[in-house]
Design a protein around this ligand. Structure first.
Ligand SMILES: Nc1ncnc2c1ncn2[C@@H]1O[C@H](COP(=O)(O)OP(=O)(O)OP(=O)(O)O)[C@@H](O)[C@H]1O
Ligand SMILES: [Mg+2]
Length: 220
């Protein structure tokens, strides 16, 4: 049986790839881990798989390369349309479903929960099809309470279970507390901005600060 976590975010560019890399460090060892980015748009300038390999220090067997890769940094529905093609959740998930590796999959979405994949499916439908626990990546700064609560509501509306939220940026205890209280959710970690952003920094943070209570155990 496939098992894994789905990493979504309150927005594009919020830190999903960096957090996914941290999750690889956090759960590797006790478990075999694998990273997958099922839909990558803007492949000319963005390659999340390469970045997760760098920051997560992945071996080749820890990555699934087979995925949809489209030019132009746009929503998947539009990037596909401009290429004269269309995507469907089940077709996109096919490489994962036919992969025989026994591992904990860390799957990174494109953008946020309600990003369209085609005319009638959204990233949320991919999350629903997998049915895996969700990790929500959020900014720590002003505006995050609303964005995070909206994301949690959309996820739960589809009966999906949220493992927790990871906040990225300067620590903001008030925002953390509000997200935990109003969102009825655990903040699994507060990741600072690393300068420079190196595998060592991400690893050290992951092993000391990310999901210290090992919530994952309850979620799988
Ligand atoms: N903790 C961090 N420290 C330093 N830089 C960071 C950190 N988190 C994210 N960044 C930087 O912010 C930018 C966006 O981060 P990231 O690529 O992880 O976002 P994303 O949510 O995965 O975006 P996308 O929607 O394109 O997949 C990148 O340039 C990344 O290097
Ligand atoms: Mg990313």
């Amino acid at each position: 049986m496939l098992r894994g976590l789905f990493v979504t975010g309150t927005d594009t560019g919020v830190g999903k790839t960096v957090v996914a890399s941290a999750l690889l460090h956090r759960y590797r060892g006790g478990l075999r881990v694998c990273y997958w980015k099922p839909i990558q748009t803007g492949i000319e300038q963005d390659d999340d798989t390469a970045e997760a390999v760098r920051l997560g220090e992945c071996q080749p067997h820890e990555v699934l390369e087979h995925a949809v890769r489209l030019p132009r940094p746009l929503s998947p529905h539009l990037a596909a349309k401009l290429c004269g093609t269309s995507l469907s959740v089940e077709a996109v998930l096919d490489p994962l479903r036919s992969d025989r590796r026994k591992a904990l999959w860390i799957v990174e979405g494109a953008g946020g929960v309600l990003v369209p994949i085609n005319e009638c499916e959204m990233m949320a439908d991919m999350m629903g099809s997998l049915g895996w626990p969700i990790v929500v990546v959020a900014r720590s700064s002003l505006g995050t309470i609303n964005h995070t609560l909206l994301t949690l509501e959309a996820v739960r509306h589809r009966s999906l279970w949220v493992l927790g939220v990871v906040m990225v940026g300067d620590k903001n205890p008030d925002n953390r507390e509000a997200i935990e209280r109003y969102g009825r959710v655990t903040v699994l970690g507060e990741m600072p901005f690393f300068d420079p952003l190196t595998p060592d920094q991400v690893k050290r943070w992951a092993l000391t600060e990310l999901d210290p209570d090992y919530s994952l155990q309850a979620g799988l």
